[in-house]
Design a protein around this ligand. Structure first.
Ligand code: GTP
Ligand code: MG
Length: 172
């Protein structure tokens, strides 16, 4: 078991390619109400959780909900790929505005594993083949900059076994 120390009030930013297991990880370790999912927000604004056209409005909603939760002093988890520094920047800003620590949990899963998992998902079966390798490249390129971006804690989980063995330890 790997114990991941997480402050009991913080903004957890999950970072991982499509198929890396972010939504499963969030379901296993956090309450549904603690998790703000970009796909759920795409659904809220467009009736289609897979709608790429709804990206801007979906993320406006993600950021809005995150701000409201942090203002209320609630631990919040962002379930989105968050593989690019510009995807993470606004989340770090919202955390700072509320004096809350941003924590990154990186699900660093080999592209073949993500692609294999996606191929058996009814909701992601038609993912173009180039998407997963691009996500993994972007994720790995950005790993070193996470601390500079403002993430004081970075938990980097390498591979499925390490992710499955992880437990969250909330700390006051
Ligand atoms: P996107 O929402 O597309 O970005 O993907 P995601 O990162 O949220 O992945 P998700 O949690 O939906 O998992 C994708 C698939 O992998 C699902 O079919 C899961 O059941 C499976 N999966 C997730 N985590 C694990 C894991 O730790 N082990 C195994 N064997 N399968 C997993
Ligand atoms: Mg997901």
């Amino acid at each position: 078991m790997t114990r991941l120390a997480v402050p009991d009030l913080c903004l957890v930013v999950l970072v991982g390619a499509t198929g890396s297991g972010k939504s499963s990880f969030a379901r296993r370790h956090f309450l549904p109400t603690q998790t703000v999912s970009s796909d759920t927000c795409r659904g809220v604004v467009s009736d289609d959780e897979g709608s790429q056209e709804a990206t801007k409005d979906a993320f406006d909603l993600v950021h809005y909900i995150v701000g409201k939760r942090l203002a209320a002093g609630r631990l919040t988890v962002v379930d989105a790929t968050n593989v690019k520094p510009e995807d993470r920047r606004h989340l770090v800003e919202v955390a700072r505005e509320h004096d809350v620590l941003p924590v990154a949990i990186v699900l660093d899963v080999p592209p073949e594993v993500c692609a294999e998992r996606n191929s058996t998902r009814p909701d992601r079966a038609h993912m173009p083949a180039h998407v997963v390798p691009r996500h993994v490249r972007e994720l790995r390129r950005g790993l070193r900059s996470l601390a500079r971006e403002g993430f004081r804690t970075v938990h980097h989980l390498r591979g499925a076994a390490e992710i499955e063995a992880a437990e969250i330890a909330l700390e006051p």
